[in-house]
Design a protein around this ligand. Structure first.
Ligand SMILES: [Zn+2]
Length: 479
């Protein structure tokens, strides 16, 4: 039987406001523990929270960018549970009345366009952070740092529209890209300011109803999300094929073992006893404010992609990748400004540049090759100073050392040979070394021409101008 996975994702993204969501404490990362706290975010009796307007503005931006309807009236509730990193004993979060609903994100997955529904976007505060014995002296202790308590988050809940781990990855990358374009979140999963939980179930392809789902937690990179989903889908299919039933539960991804393990069952699920927070007034968003925010939206990935296709005449596939992050799009546009051959630039970026970055798991803003250097190199190829083949080596060297192409070509002596006498000499050496092949060629075995080109290029260490080699070889071989 063929099975189909049904996946929905819940993403928590930290908003880049300077102060926390309900007090004026700074949101800075990496400060000394418990130095960014006050009576409000540590939940002292008698303290009162006040909503951060900027946080609401950021969340509305995201709602608009994902085509959601912004609620004129939303409400914060208390989500009650005990945990040492939660000083109030409850988390303030929107529950029944979220800020934004009913939008979508368009993704391109394996060449196909697809819309993933956004059910809701709501705001909430982050909890603190537990630190378990990080030094030998504190090995047997756990500490709590409240600096993160009250940092604003948005939770983005997708519809159950995702059909493969790969699609889940595409959705997450697109969502992160939108957050980064809007400059409202850094979207860094490894640093924990972009977190993802997944709901996953499988069903026979012919079946309409969803199967029993499990919730996956503890995945802290895109790769882990994809791997955890792959594992969990296989696990659920194996259970169904054995004629058993999938149990509804929360499971943790174990990075080291590469498996998901049961964390808690349905019976142990928390009852959070939500109720409206009596200390906060409802968040009222007037139409005028929404329009102001809409006006301020920057060019988003989909619009930029469309513009790249039109303005630069590059294929949609190239444009999709080049606009996947704002930094990448900026890099591309800077290159095209310096060297106005959009397709050539795109080819180099999509080929050599992205391959190197991917291998080193680097982002484009960490790329050692600057747009200036890349385009200087392209100009050298265009002028014939270096061959396209040598350019590959120059690029690698630029990537490795961060040096400019001029210096590299000069130091390595990689300038293309355009001196006819020098090329003729190489041809003569080649012909003398291969008399049999010369004879065969002259008898009509023209296929051998490629062999001679290769040998001459070897003689000149790949530096001979290929057009000249072709031209002069033809003459010489004729005899
Ligand atoms: Zn505070």
């Amino acid at each position: 039987m063929e099975y189909e996975p049904i996946i929905g994702l819940e993403v928590h993204a930290q908003l880049l406001t300077r102060s926390k969501i309900f007090c004026s404490c700074a949101t800075a990362f990496g400060e000394k523990p418990n130095t960014l706290t006050c009576p409000v975010c540590t939940g002292q009796p008698g303290s009162l929270p006040v909503m951060n307007r900027k946080a609401a503005e950021f969340a509305i931006k995201l709602g608009l960018a994902t085509s959601c309807r912004i609620a004129p009236y939303s409400l914060f509730a208390r989500k009650n549970y005990f945990y040492p990193d939660l000083p109030k004993g409850y988390q303030i979060s929107m529950y029944e009345y979220p800020l934004a609903e009913d939008g979508f994100i368009e993704i391109v997955s394996q060449g196909e366009k697809k819309r993933v529904k956004i059910i809701r976007i709501h705001m909430e505060e982050d909890a603190g952070k537990l630190k378990h014995g990080e030094t030998p002296e504190t090995e047997s202790f756990s500490y709590v740092d409240f600096n993160r308590t009250g940092v604003p988050l948005v939770e983005i809940v997708s519809g159950p529209d995702i059909r493969s781990p790969q699609e889940a990855g595409d959705y997450l990358r697109k969502l992160r890209s939108i957050l980064q374009y809007l400059e409202i979140s850094s979207g860094n999963m490894e640093e924990g300011n972009f977190r993802c939980d997944a709901n996953v179930s499988v069903r026979p392809k012919s079946q309409k109803e969803f199967g029993t789902r499990t919730e996956l937690k503890n995945m802290n990179s895109f790769r882990h999300v994809e791997k955890a989903l792959e594992y969990e889908i296989k696990r659920q299919i194996a259970i169904l094929e054995d004629g058993e039933e999938v149990i509804q539960e929360t499971r943790l991804w174990d990075v080291n073992q590469g498996v998901t393990v049961s964390m808690r069952g349905k019976e142990e699920a928390h009852d959070y006893r939500y109720f409206p927070d009596p200390d906060l007034v409802p968040l009222k968003v007037e139409e005028k404010w929404i329009e102001e925010i809409r006006e301020s939206l920057p060019e988003l990935p989909d619009d930029k992609k469309e513009r790249f296709v039109e303005a630069y005449g590059i294929p949609e596939y190239d444009a999709e990748i080049l606009t996947s992050t704002k930094a990448m799009a900026n890099y591309y546009e800077e290159c095209v400004r310096l060297f106005p051959e959009p397709k050539t630039v795109s080819n180099w970026m999509m080929g050599d540049l992205l391959r190197e970055l991917k291998r080193d798991e680097r982002e484009i803003d960490q790329c050692p090759v600057t747009p200036k250097h890349l385009t200087e190199m392209l100009l050298m190829v265009k002028k014939g100073t270096i061959s396209g083949k040598i350019a590959k080596d120059v690029f690698e060297e630029m990537y490795r050392t961060g040096e400019g192409p001029g210096k590299i070509v000069k130091d390595k002596g990689w300038t293309q040979i355009v001196d006819e006498a020098e090329i003729e000499k190489a041809i003569e050496i080649t012909m003398q070394a291969n008399p049999k092949q010369v004879e065969d060629y002259r008898k009509g075995k023209e296929k051998l021409f490629g062999f001679f080109v290769g040998e001459v290029m070897k003689q000149t260490k790949g530096k001979a101008n290929p057009n000249l080699v072709n031209e002069l070889l033809k003459k010489k071989l004729k005899g």
